[in-house]
Write a protein that binds this ligand. Sequence first.
Ligand SMILES: O=C[C@H](O)COP(=O)(O)O
Length: 247
Amino acid sequence: MPNALVVGNWKMWGSREQAKTLASSVAGSSQSGVDWGVCPPFPYLQVAIDQLGCDRVGAQTVSADQSVPHTGDVSAEMLADLGVRWVIVGHSERRAERHETNELVRAQVERALSQGLVPIVCVGETLEQRNAGQAESVVVEQLDAALQGLVPTTDLVVAYEPVWAIGTGVVATPEQAQAMHAVVRQRVKDLGLSDRTPLLYGGSVKPDNAEGLFALADVDGALVGGASLDAQAFLAIIDAAAAAKAE
Ligand SMILES: O=C[C@H](O)COP(=O)(O)O
């Protein structure tokens, strides 16, 4: 059975000193059956690498373009040069606030793969879409746009993050999470990708709900926002993943 994967998304949080303290506070965690890492903001990637090593660090986005004049962008080549392992693409905050389309997310996935980075491809529906009965179709459309026809040269990770559960304290019920993860698992397989592709759940994951989520058949780990900013909470979520794996 593959390891569980727990990734902390620090979003636009912290200072250099806070990043160093948080990274060093979680650095010692080593649980059998669990792989984990953190995605700090760009300016603190090196701070995290210094504390944790490259294999435990990812970026939060990447340019869809190659290294030509794009003021403010960070290329996949730069991230690979830095040595980070993962890059989050298609997070709903970027889709909504930075108007990142399915097409742009696809280009980011391709750029990441071209440089040997592991994309963590985020998909998920809004509350309006769920209430309209469109959760599955929205997620399948996002998956198809990002992954159809890909021949990945590295691993790939998919994160199902219902937008209504992000930063709200409202976590998907086990039934909702499992139902959507089963849809994602099947679609990933239908798209010709490995059925061992790790599927992470994201959206208000906390120490007190993590074990229940990790116990679900098609949940292979978590993409953790707010709780990853608290070292004890993040470590407890890693422990919960280890406990679920051990059962
Ligand atoms: O990438 C992480 C997700 O946006 C979840 O954030 P959250 O755990 O604060 O709800």
